[in-house]
Design a protein around this ligand. Structure first.
Ligand SMILES: *Cc1c(COP(=O)(O)O)cnc(C)c1O
Ligand SMILES: [Zn+2]
Length: 415
């Protein structure tokens, strides 16, 4: 384990535990007592600075290993995770009339989503703790990324998915050799079965919220965004929200950098959900605790009726002076086509929700035209070809005849 970690703090009752005292959540608060990893920023601050980062050869997420809950024994055996590009938008910022827009393309991770950052930590912790099998329940991406990382490092994986999981993600699981249990139920029921099975068999638990270490992996996306922008991050960072671990991770990354004196301000975080499944938006708006909702969105990765990490997610929104909004599935599909057509980036629906959220936030004047924005593309569109078809018109079908083609193009222009 990283020697700069000083303990684990309950986000509910604020009790502090030693690293080996607890495995998942706070014993007093149970499932609601999600733990936060504490670091010795004072010591780290003495050398964790720009000159130190400039000496590092590693461009993957493990360049930040001193801010991660792992030791470095097996890092060299891992796939290349993180170090994804941060593109300055070529066209979208004109279209949306905002000053500056960046797109962090985490669809380029090995299994095609940001979840690889968390699964990497899961398999390394599993090895450190002497496990041979890892397990999780997931709407898709946590599962496919865990299966990939487990295969790479030589662990067995048992994966629970709701039967609605898209075909691309399911295919990934099977190709990576995971033991897949497709549950005839919603995500909540799937999660519950995985919890019971993990307890029964003693597998390593990669369920994102209750495992305090996974958010630490996810935070590397924020560390990278900040470093790629020379420690002047944008006014806003936008990310879609399901369980709430990703947005909590993004906050934690910026928080670390602020503690280390590398950035002066944490960007405002805009969390986006689908209006077909928006429990955290409702909790944010009403300022009340979370109420479970149905899962009626085609953005499967954020269709989470009972989010597992509401405290950390809402803390991130509040303490960054950010906002939560929801968007319709129709706008999500439209955002997918905008991202593809104007920037050449193929997003899955949950990832495109971030762009749909940006468009709505500009309309509502939550985000101003003179502000700068980063959106995180959390997952690759190839994972979900069915919804891509839903977002677009079918291609033109014609005989292999040049005259017919000429007629068509002259009539329609090059649209
Ligand atoms: C998991 C996921 C999210 C949301 O992350 P949470 O931690 O569940 O809030 C967003 N987009 C994609 C593509 C994801 O896979
Ligand atoms: Zn507690």
């Amino acid at each position: 384990m990283n020697p700069y970690i000083t303990g684990l703090k309950c986000t509910k009752c604020h009790q502090i535990y030693k690293i080996n005292e607890v495995k998942t959540t706070c014993p007093h608060c149970q499932d609601e007592g999600i733990l936060d990893v504490l670091y010795d920023y004072k010591t780290l601050k003495e050398f964790f600075n720009k000159p130190y980062l400039d000496t590092l050869q590693d461009k993957t997420m493990f360049r930040y290993k001193l801010l991660l809950p792992i030791d470095d024994t097996h890092i060299s055996e891992m796939l290349s995770i993180g170090g994804t590009p941060l593109y300055s938008s070529n066209h979208l910022h004109h279209l949306l009339k905002i000053k500056q827009l960046y797109i962090k393309d985490d669809g380029q991770n090995p299994s095609g989503s940001l979840k690889d950052r968390a699964s990497a930590i899961a398999v390394l912790r599993a090895i450190e703790e002497g496990h041979h099998t890892v397990s999780c329940s997931s709407t898709g991406n946590a599962a496919s990324s865990l299966a990939a990382q487990a295969a790479r490092i030589g662990l067995k994986s048992y994966i629970f998915v709701p039967k609605r999981a898209p075909v691309g993600k399911l295919s990934q699981l099977l190709i990576y050799g995971a033991h897949v249990i497709s549950v005839d139920g919603d995500y909540n029921e799937t999660y519950h079965l995985s919890k019971l099975a993990i307890e029964h068999f003693g597998w390593y638990n990669r369920n994102a919220a209750i495992n305090p270490y996974l958010v630490e992996g996810k935070k590397t996306v924020a560390l990278e965004i900040a470093e790629q922008l020379h420690f002047n991050p944008t006014d806003w960072v936008i990310v879609s929200v399901g369980d709430g671990c990703t947005i909590a991770g993004v906050y934690k990354g910026f928080y670390d950098l602020k503690q280390l004196g590398l950035i002066s301000k944490i960007p405002k975080l805009l969390g986006v959900q689908s209006d077909g499944c928006n429990p955290l938006v409702k909790a944010f708006e009403s300022n009340q605790s979370l109420k479970p909702v149905e899962e009626n969105s085609l953005a499967d990765s954020i269709s989470v009726g009972v989010p597992r990490n509401p405290i950390k997610a809402l803390y991130a929104i509040k303490h960054s002076e950010g906002f939560m909004i929801d968007v319709s599935d129709e706008k999500i599909l439209e955002a997918m086509t905008l991202m593809g057509k104007h920037e050449g980036i193929f997003s899955e629906p949950a990832a495109a929700a971030a762009l749909a959220g940006l468009i709505k936030a500009i309309d509502l004047k939550i985000i101003k035209h003179d502000q700068s924005v980063t959106i995180i593309n959390t997952g690759n569109g190839l994972k979900d070809p069915k919804n891509a078809q839903l977002a677009t018109k079918p291609p033109l079908l014609m005989k292999p005849d040049l005259n017919e083609l000429i007629k068509h193009i002259e009539q329609k222009g090059d649209q």
